[in-house]
Design a binder for this molecule. Structure first.
Ligand code: NDP
Length: 388
């Protein structure tokens, strides 16, 4: 039986992953090693019971007793805390989904990357902050890294059977989010509730806000650079409001190969789950006659400064990726708490990139985490001066 672990099992990607696992036979078909979560203890325990997991871990140490109680009599081992998450990620498994949100997913991603088997990566932050280190760690651990982000899965699928040397460019598509047609003035006063309401995708809060600000695309450009060994000038963004073309690869003969599908993360996750097989997936089929049209627009870095910031980060390297991501996470927390406005998030990220020395590639995960802390402190300081 295939041994699998799902890190971030109680989130949006976790739910899609477990849905596919349930449909493929659940505990009858898989040996579920570890499931992890943070706040949603009841949900974590329910999944662990249903799938007969060996261990369930919450990131929150203060909830260990709650988790134990929820698992009472099930035979599932309960654990809590950051070290327990890493230990769970390190448990031997053939396939691991890394779907913890944000920089909190770094250490567990690395623990799984060093252990062998397949690492399906939804936690893009691991590549943004420590791309080179993660690839090295996978190589040392003999771990196969597969993208679970829809754009990167699309690029990966378009590259099957192709030689890397023939790739001219990749075109990463972006829905444009809920504010695609807003002017800068209109974006000034948008609320967290408006920002979280994505027109096409049903996702966690963090990535939904990132999609609205286009920081999600900024992260994805950096993710693509490391995953596919691209130079910054090979990576383009194209706004495509319908989210049907998930991304494309352009080759030196002028050909483009695109991957298309419905906006349902089970497509990309299912591809990573069964790669190199393609199994039947419960996703809607694209009906072109019903769609009638697919639209494409140039991105606008003036209204969405995250795209301009991404260009600098792509040039500067992984340390800048860490600072961008940490500053963005800290600024987003401020936006969600209504301490700052929507547009202030990009301002704060730029300030952090100016304030923290961050050229080049980090040499260790500890260095990445120290930079992450420095960037968050820089944002906290700048935010005090911005408080509304
Ligand atoms: P969610 O917010 O829906 O879920 C996040 C998961 O991480 C939950 O299981 C949550 O636990 C857990 N978690 C939260 N904080 C911590 C912490 N400090 N330590 C450990 N675990 C924690 O996020 P998504 O599923 O939307 O996204 C997960 C990752 O996948 C992100 O990196 C995102 O960018 C990426 N991604 C998501 C896509 C999507 O469609 N959602 C698409 C492509 C990539 P709990 O719920 O129990 O608190």
């Amino acid at each position: 039986m295939r041994r699998i672990s799902v890190l971030g099992a109680t989130g949006s990607i976790g739910a899609s992953t477990l849905d596919l696992i349930d449909r493929a036979g659940g505990a009858e078909a898989f040996d579920v090693v570890a499931l992890t979560g943070a706040n949603n203890i009841e949900e974590l325990a329910q999944h662990a019971r249903r799938l007969n997991a060996r261990i369930a871990v919450t990131a929150d140490e203060s909830r260990l007793d709650d988790l134990r109680a929820a698992l009472d009599g099930s035979g599932v081992e309960a654990a809590a805390g950051v070290a327990a998450l890493e230990d769970a990620a390190r448990e031997p498994a053939d396939w691991t989904m890394s779907a913890i949100v944000g920089a909190a997913g770094l250490r567990p991603s690395f623990a799984a990357a060093g252990r062998g088997g397949t690492l399906a990566l939804a936690n893009k932050e691991s590549l943004v902050c420590a791309g080179r280190l993660l690839l090295d760690c996978c190589a040392r651990g003999d771990t196969t890294l597969l993208p679970a982000d829809s754009e990167h899965s699309a690029i990966f699928q378009a590259l099957q059977g192709e030689r890397a040397a023939t790739v001219e460019r990749v075109i990463v598509t972006a829905s444009g989010g809920p504010f695609r047609t807003f002017t800068t003035d209109q974006m000034r006063d948008v609320t967290p509730e408006q920002a979280v309401a994505h027109p096409n995708w049903d996702m966690g809060v963090g990535i939904s806000i990132d999609s609205a600000s286009m920081f999600n695309k900024a992260l994805e450009l950096v993710e693509a650079k490391y995953l596919f060994d691209l130079t910054p000038d090979q990576i383009e963004v194209l706004v495509h409001p319908q989210s049907i073309v998930h991304s494309m690869v352009g080759f030196r003969d002028g050909s483009l190969i695109a991957q298309l599908g419905p906006p349902d993360m089970r497509g990309a996750i299912g591809y990573a789950l069964d790669y190199p097989e393609r199994r039947a997936l419960p996703v809607e089929r694209v009906d072109f006659a019903k769609l009638a049209r697919l639209d494409f627009e140039a991105p606008d870095p003036e209204r969405f400064p995250a795209l301009r910031i991404a260009k600098d980060v792509l040039e500067a390297g992984g340390r800048a990726g860490t600072v961008m991501n940490a500053a963005k996470e800290a600024a987003m927390a401020g936006f969600l708490d209504r301490r700052i406005g929507f547009l202030d998030m990009a301002v704060l990220v730029e300030r952090a990139l100016d304030a923290v020395a961050c050229d080049g590639e980090p040499e260790s995960l500890d260095e990445v985490l120290a930079l992450d802390a420095e960037a968050r402190a820089a944002v906290a300081e700048a935010m005090k001066r911005m408080d509304r």
